[in-house]
Design a protein around this ligand. Structure first.
Ligand SMILES: Cc1cc2nc3c(=O)[nH]c(=O)nc-3n(C[C@H](O)[C@H](O)[C@H](O)COP(=O)(O)OP(=O)(O)OC[C@H]3O[C@@H](n4cnc5c(N)ncnc54)[C@H](O)[C@@H]3O)c2cc1C
Length: 642
């Protein structure tokens, strides 16, 4: 039974909460730190930075990832940049403005205290990464350069061409390697967490499977940190790495951790459109491109077959500039995505399938020259060329929205601890600070804030009371969880059906995209809630998973993840149905302003929705807990980017 959801937000003025919280948190003395073992699942930017920092502090860390190396975490894909309010541009930025933009960008569905702390800590991240040697872009005089991202009227995004995630991850990985070499961090690559172990109500370990040998292992610790990334791949097609999944967080949910706002999914406006039925992955074209690219479609349907250069300036509709003159092409992602869908629904989309809009650099090239554009975005233009065979210096890119990021995740309090004591959740895996819509370049900021600067204070506060409480990995709770994991693997292999795994996953993804994607309505969600259990039932009757569990078996790995997606999808739709309002990326068609923007219901829904699992026989009926959001500093207003 879970009582009132207490976010444990410290008292006091907003700008002093974090400092005062740190000053009053319990510490673990240096000579005691080596007595504590911490499990970190995930070694992307969030998990990698946490493991390196806790190792440096003197804790013994076991870090797990399913890839062959931490360097292959999905974080490496991040292209455009990372935000911080350094105000190097002298354009009016401040911690308060970053805080306000993030709260407003999330359509007032995140916690003030968390977001303010994030904005404060962001500046430290840039300093830390520069010290590590991350090659951020610089101005001619040597100062770090910035560009603009959606939802802000200042330039606060630090970047390393279109490879910011890769460079940040290499910096983080160096710090992690130092701790691996020092023996403080033990790395477990190719290892998948399949269950969380709870002893006397506290998270004390995990069950893993080696993806090379199939061996199941039990690991006990004093605390468990999940940094397992987002679950956008529930939609099958997304910009996420193919391996990204929901298994770790979903199985923690099944052990009692609350899942918050699971239906809050970010659909990114600038991705390469779907090209055919056999595609398994979508490619992002970074939002940074909207600094210089102009988005348009033909004004008239009849012109959509024409080549772009045959459509005159007066026959083009630069719809973002027209609808949102203050932010123009840098309107936030949810709004830009819906605007693209709207013009395509009107029949004005371009390219094969007619689900595409132009992102055009002709003006910028005329103004700045091709070399400048190449310098800023060269590798993104190359990616585009490789995938589409088109030269975007000569022709406009064609783009369309695609699933990109998940704002939902396990519920955590101000300390980043879930409702299960000892279970911490960081990075994209938690329900995060982004409310109903994340602003561009803020995920890297949050993951690194959590790992480098927040968890290292809040985790010791918990550990200080845990001395000598680590259970043995042979205790009955571990044995029971291990045999349940083995049972689940056997159950999947025993199906021995005929239908491919991908066909189930693709069908689920299409259903979600249709009913719980860029826009949702009650009828569609109810249909999805009826179809998902049917599809799940077919899966358990007819899925084909070749091979066995005793060896390297990628079909088995993926089958476990798809089985979890098939349950989790129901939770997403349940959440989307229960949130009877529109906010940010959660656009319920029944609730819109006369201009077609999201219409919130602050009176009834200014809350986090946190769901509690009720058992395998009640997958579709989780229990809802609410955490009211209190706004003491900002005024709730109708979001406007006009
Ligand atoms: C194409 C693309 C571009 C992006 N660009 C930007 C950008 O420019 N700026 C920005 O701010 N954000 C960007 N984002 C978002 C950002 O990259 C992610 O939100 C962020 O990197 C997530 O980091 P993470 O550490 O939380 O998770 P991840 O990097 O996804 O790492 C997850 C880790 O968990 C491990 N793991 C997962 N499940 C298990 C399990 N069951 N057992 C063991 N290990 C497990 C994985 O092996 C991995 O190590 C982009 C996203 C995409 C898709």
């Amino acid at each position: 039974m879970i009582g009132t959801l207490d976010a444990k937000i410290p008292h006091g003025p907003l700008d002093q909460k974090w400092r005062s919280h740190r000053d009053h948190s319990r510490l673990v003395s240096p000579n005691n730190r080596r007595k504590f073992e911490v499990i970190i699942v995930g070694s992307g930017l969030a998990g990698g930075s946490a493991a390196a920092t806790l190792g440096e502090l003197g804790y013994r860390v076991k870090c797990f990832c399913f890839q062959d190396s931490p360097r292959r975490a999905h974080s490496i894909a991040a292209q455009g940049g990372i935000n911080a309010a350094k105000n190097y541009q002298n354009d009016g930025d401040s911690v308060y403005r970053l805080f306000y933009d993030t709260i407003k960008g999330g359509d007032f569905r995140s916690r003030e205290a968390n977001v303010y702390r994030l904005a404060e800590v962001a500046n430290l991240i840039i300093d830390q990464c520069v010290e590590q040697g991350v090659p951020f872009a610089r101005e001619y005089g040597g100062l770090l350069a910035n560009r603009s991202f959606g939802g802000a009227q200042v330039s606060r995004t630090f970047y390393a061409r279109g490879q910011t995630g890769q460079q940040l991850l290499l910096g983080c990985y160096q710090a992690l390697c130092r701790q691996i070499a020092a023996g403080a961090v033990q790395m477990f690559p190719y290892t998948e967490m399949l269950d969380l172990v709870i002893v006397d109500g506290e998270a004390k370990g995990i069950i893993t499977r080696s993806l090379r040998s199939g061996k199941i292992d039990k690991h006990a610790a004093d605390a468990v940190v999940l940094a397992t990334g987002g679950y956008g791949n529930v939609f099958y097609l997304s910009t996420n790495a193919r391996g990204s999944n929901v298994t770790a967080t979903y199985r923690a949910y099944k052990r009692g951790a609350l899942f918050a706002d699971p239906s809050f999914t970010q659909i990114h406006p600038t991705c390469i459109p779907v090209s055919g039925e056999h595609q398994s992955k979508l490619t992002l074209m970074s939002e940074s491109l909207r600094n210089d690219g102009r988005v348009w479609v033909p004004k008239r349907k009849e012109d959509r077959e024409k080549a772009p250069d045959e459509i005159s300036e007066t026959d083009r509709d630069y719809y973002l500039e027209r609808k949102y003159p203050s932010y123009g092409n840098l309107a936030p992602r949810d709004i830009s995505s819906r605007a693209a869908k709207e013009v395509c629904d009107e029949g004005r989309g371009v390219g094969p399938g007619k689900r595409g809009v132009y992102l055009d650099f002709a003006d910028a090239i005329k103004r700045l020259g091709e070399d400048t554009i190449r310098e800023r975005y060269g590798n993104l233009f190359e990616v585009y060329d490789k995938i589409t065979g088109e030269n975007a210096y000569k022709l406009p890119m064609r783009i369309y929205p695609a699933v990109h990021y998940t704002m939902g995740g396990l519920w955590v309090d101000y300390n980043l601890m879930s409702n299960v004591p000892g279970l911490f959740v960081i990075g994209e895996a938690n329900f995060s600070d982004h409310g109903a819509n994340r602003l561009g370049a803020s995920a890297l900021m949050q993951g690194l804030a959590d790992g480098y600067f927040i968890l290292p204070y809040t985790l010791p506060n918990y550990l200080a009371g845990q001395m000598g409480k680590r259970p043995s990995a042979d205790s009955p709770e571990f044995q029971k969880a291990e045999s349940e994991v083995q049972g689940r693997i056997k159950k999947i292999l025993d199906v021995d059906g005929k239908r491919s795994l991908d066909s189930f996953h693709r069908e689920l993804g299409l259903l979600l995209w249709d009913k719980c994607g860029m826009s949702r309505h009650e009828k569609g969600l109810r249909e999805a809630l009826q179809k998902i259990p049917e599809l799940r039932e077919q899966f358990w009757r007819d899925v084909r998973v070749p091979g066995d569990g005793e060896d390297f078996n990628q079909s088995l790995e993926r089958a476990g993840r798809v089985a979890d997606f098939l349950e989790f999808a129901e939770l997403m739709c349940t959440d989307a149905l229960a949130r009877d309002e529109s906010c940010g990326a959660h656009f319920r068609e029944e609730h819109q302003t006369p201009e077609g923007e999201a219409l919130r219901d602050d009176e009834n829904h200014a809350t986090v929705f946190a769901w509690e699992f009720q058992g395998d026989d009640r997958i579709g009926s989780p229990k809802l807990h609410r955490e009211p959001l209190h706004f003491e500093t900002v005024h709730l207003t109708q979001r406007s980017y006009k």
